[in-house]
Design a protein. Structure first.
Length: 496
């Protein structure tokens, strides 16, 4: 078997974690654009041809659809035939012995917790906060990835991290591996190195990102797809405080709560520029793309992994795949997962991607597929809801709606009827307005939103879908403000 871990290290050394917001890279100018000013950065020494040879296995999505029963059976067989984590052993711990006296002479202090040995020259109060992060995230690692493989020496899992404000001090103390290029962060075995960040949140995010790589690549059996490894490292790095500690793998609630993060802004900029990626395009992102840009590939991978891990319809199956650590079985399991859910993942991803915002509510925003019985009622606290009505291309439908919903409860209830209330807008429409969409039977061949055709309904409208498909409806509101909504509209749909 080709040793993808060793091959990828030569590429990832030039890639590193994503650049912080505001630090942009040059890109090829498109027709009609003025070429961007080149931004000073280290040159990538590996050529594109060489990088292609280094590319780890990437699943190329096909046209076929596996049946749900087949996919579940395949996942079960993989789970039964893959060695358990109790039987698998982590790679040998080859961390060097640290000369603490030499490190302290260079102005570097050591801090220790159960899961992390931290060597850093940052302020002691910030270091003491950092050193506890691994112990806090460990439960989330095991929840998503399963129990970590046992160590050959029976010791508990621990990594060594170097957080460097002045990299020269660490080089002087002999704490940086020879020929290791550290743009923002880098990992190798059970060690990681990262440069200090301007914001406390982003410093914590980078530490969790690099430590997560050490966890996910603790078996010596090759490298899983890069989009997955980087996306999940970003997933585990996203965190927020709670009353009992930190919560990980979240969609940040606001820009103020996650200074330095910037992934959501990156994606919105790409979508606005017409460079939105489909789900099928994201799972093709490999070493070449990550070495060419240290910004957007990380943002896309983070958003997609978070989508799969938090979406109520995909999270359980995706977690089953994540808990298969061996590379070849993982590839087969993900292929079965993709073939089972490809159409639904692709359509749901378009909704999430095109409206991505801080605090996007995946639990409530997921489309409701269940066909209603009795009166057709569209709830204000949910995303797109299936009417059960199949439409043909060019068929006219008259849609009327009545009723009243509550869209907020702060100060006083914000009540709306199907025409919406213009005191606030979401995606260019008044909140509370009834909207429609056809989920196409066959995706369009052009454009970035290929699975949906949208309509502005209000209290009454006649629409004529271009595409055949299924009619969905929703009450317009911001995707991060569904939790305090209540009520529903009663809708009648009359084919003409």
């Amino acid at each position: 078997m080709i040793h993808f871990q060793k091959l990828w290290s030569s590429v990832s050394a030039t890639a590193g974690p994503p650049l912080p917001p505001g630090v942009r890279e040059p890109r090829e100018s498109r027709e009609g654009e003025t070429p961007a000013e080149p931004h000073a950065r280290e040159k990538v020494s590996t050529t594109r041809a060489a990088q292609q040879e280094l590319r780890p296995p990437v699943f190329e999505p096909g046209r076929g659809r596996a049946s749900s029963c087949f996919a579940k059976l395949l996942l079960l067989l993989l789970a039964l035939t893959t060695p358990s984590f109790a039987q698998s052993l982590r790679r040998h711990d080859d961390r060097p012995t640290i000369d603490l006296q030499k490190a302290q002479s260079a102005g570097i202090e050591r801090y220790t917790s159960q899961g992390l040995i931290l060597l850093t020259d940052i302020e002691p109060d910030k270091a003491r906060k950092l050193v506890t992060l691994i112990d806090q995230v460990y439960a989330t690692w095991e929840q998503q990835l399963g129990p970590l493989p046992a160590a050959r020496d029976k010791k508990q899992f621990q990594v060594t991290g170097y957080v460097m404000r002045d990299e020269a001090k660490f080089e002087q103390a002999g704490l940086v591996r020879p020929n290791l290029k550290i743009l923002h962060g880098q990992h190798a075995g059970y060690e990681f190195w990262m440069k200090d960040a301007d914001y406390d949140y982003y410093r914590e995010h980078l530490l969790l990102h690099e430590a997560s790589h050490c966890v996910m690549q603790c078996l010596d059996d090759g490298l899983k797809p890069v989009w997955y490894l980087e996306g999940m490292a970003e997933f585990f790095g996203s965190h927020e405080p709670t009353q009992t500690g930190l919560r990980f793998g979240i969609l940040p609630a606001s820009r103020q709560a996650s200074p330095g993060f910037g992934r959501i802004e990156m994606i919105r900029e790409e979508c606005a520029a017409g460079r939105a990626l489909s789900a099928a395009e994201i799972i093709k992102l490999g070493p070449v793309e990550f070495s060419e840009s240290r910004t957007t590939p990380y943002a896309w991978s983070w958003a997609f992994c978070t989508f799969l891990a938090r979406h109520p319809r995909f999270s359980a199956d995706f977690r089953t795949v994540c808990q298969i650590w061996e590379t070849e079985p993982f590839q087969k399991a993900f292929e079965a997962f993709w073939n089972t859910h490809e159409q639904l993942i692709s359509s749901e991803w378009e909704i999430y991607r095109d409206s991505l915002c801080y605090g996007w509510d995946l639990e409530r925003g997921a489309s409701v597929l269940k066909v209603p019985t009795g009166k057709l009622q569209i709830e204000a606290a949910r995303g797109w809801q299936n009417t059960g009505l199949k439409v043909t291309s060019g068929q006219k439908l008259t849609i009327t709606a009545t009723g009243r919903v509550v869209l907020a409860t702060a100060t006083k209830p914000w009540e709306s009827e199907p025409q919406g209330i213009s005191i606030r807008y979401s995606e260019g429409r008044p909140i509370g307005r009834l909207l429609g969409a056809v989920l196409r039977e066959e995706p369009a061949t052009e454009g970035t939103t290929r699975h949906w055709e949208f309509f502005n309904i209000g209290p009454s409208a006649t629409i004529e879908p271009v595409s055949a498909g299924t009619l969905f409806l929703r009450v317009n509101d911001r995707w991060n403000e569904l939790s305090d909504n209540s009520g529903q509209y009663e809708v009648q749909v009359t084919p003409r």
